[in-house]
Design a protein around this ligand. Sequence first.
Ligand SMILES: [Zn+2]
Length: 225
Amino acid sequence: MDSAANNRSQANLAVRPLLEAGMDLILAGIPVLPCHWPVEAGQTADGWRRLGCSCGRADCPTPARHLVGGMRTSDATTDAVLVAQWWTGGLHDANVVTVAGLVFGVVELRYSAPSADIRAWLAAFQVAPGPVLDAGIGRTQFLTAVGPADPSFAPIGSTGAVHRLGHRAIVLLPPSRLTDRHQVTWLQGPHGVSLPDSEQLFAALARLPEPHDLAAWAQGRADVA
Ligand SMILES: [Zn+2]
């Protein structure tokens, strides 16, 4: 490859991950939409570079987590031409989202524990998780079969919670980035795993104990084994 071609391919690489992710998702039948993304937003007093939302609002309530102006959740599509136009047009850096309730439901867990312990807990309730997203610090999202349209919420102990997103909630998919520099990643799947029942998964997660009690429970099982 000559150096000009090399430079060109490097330039393309910078914009490709989001376009490629969008294309992979629509090939899997998952409708997608572009969403706002993190942008440089000056420096803090102690010299750290801050990230803000590409919408430009300093007080954006959902930075890098809301649809680009003029788009609605009903615009989510599996049309490859449209998706290519969005991410090769003015939206190179746009985060990739889908919409809960279209092809899967989403149960979000806010709870700090090793994923192996949570997996063991679910197995004790005969629930096998399907695709799982690391959706930010302390936030894990389990994709499920499409469940009830209304959201549902249950606290876990004193600090955690499980939240079933309502239909039409937007869901960031990899490799979307957040303004805390976290990147959404797949912890499991999305291919090769089936979608669990939404209500069974929600019920099992809602019964999680305080994290230190889960650790003791998991340790007890390891000792027996
Ligand atoms: Zn914003």
